[in-house]
Design a protein around this ligand. Structure first.
Ligand code: APR
Length: 234
């Protein structure tokens, strides 16, 4: 049975109404990364950082999974599927995906600004300045900021190294180390990128780029994979 890894980025949640980062109307047009998504920003103006992520969390709660998230769940009913996402939203989980690895953290969780663990649920779904962990330190969003390490990259790379099919969806592949995961795929792995934008993927061996939105492209590819699997095993 083929093992599938889906590697998703902000584009998979775009049709759920959540903004991507680098598209023309993306979050990094409205905000500066340096102001809201770095340890330096947190030191300089934690209130602004908290406001930014409180707003992201609020928008996430209002959003619903779209056909792309549900297509992955459908695929997983036929073959083993692991999702690796750069997204901090919970739409994969809410669609019903059971195996979701968050590379860049989760909006639904908060932690101490000093201790990496434990993770907490945000009280009333927001973090305010003065909200403390059990050990008395300020709480921060459980997200990976620019300049911070990505602790989940090793387990993610392990998953990709065992994939027969790698589906990359809705990511500009601009941010490392996440963007380098594709190079962990084994030689024979089938690689499919679903994203409407042009990508410079010349250095990725045999990558099929489907220039389509996730909400239409992914359900179509999933149906093709399921049909192929069923006919091979008939
Ligand atoms: N369907 C599929 N892809 C889409 C859609 C859609 N409907 N709409 C936009 N996209 C694509 C864009 O073409 C683009 O390639 O989604 C991609 C979004 O790219 P980015 O905004 O760069 O998002 P992402 O790749 O997830 O960013 C990586 O950067 O800022 C950090 O931590 C943040 O995890 C994030 C990381």
């Amino acid at each position: 049975m083929p093992r599938v890894v889906v590697f998703s980025g902000a584009g998979i949640s775009a049709e759920s109404g959540l903004k991507t980062f680098r598209d023309s109307d993306g979050l990094w047009e409205e905000y500066s990364i340096m102001d809201v998504a770095t340890p330096e920003a947190w030191k300089r103006d934690p209130e602004l950082v908290l406001r930014f992520y409180n707003e992201r969390r609020k928008q996430m709660r209002q959003a619903l999974p779209n056909p792309a998230h549900f297509a992955i769940v459908k695929l997983a009913s036929h073959m083993p599927v692991d999702v690796i996402t750069q997204n901090v939203d919970d739409l994969h989980e809410r669609a019903g995906s059971a195996s979701v690895l968050h590379l860049h953290g989760e909006l639904a969780k908060v932690r101490s600004e000093i201790y990496p663990e434990p993770l907490y649920d945000p009280v009333n779904d927001v973090i305010n300045l003065g909200d403390l962990c059990e050990r008395g330190t300020q709480l921060r969003p459980h997200v990976v900021w620019f300049g911070e390490s990505v602790p989940m990259i090793e387990p993610a790379s392990q998953l990709v190294s065992q994939a027969d099919i790698l589906i990359i969806v809705g990511t500009s592949l601009n941010v490392y180390p996440a963007a380098g995961l594709v190079h962990s795929a084994p030689y024979g792995c089938r690689k499919i990128l679903i994203d409407p934008a042009e990508h410079n993927t010349g250095n990725v061996f045999r990558l099929q780029h489907i220039r389509e939105n996730a909400g239409t492209g992914l359900p179509r590819i999933v149906d093709e994979l399921i049909a192929g699997f069923i006919s091979e095993n008939a």
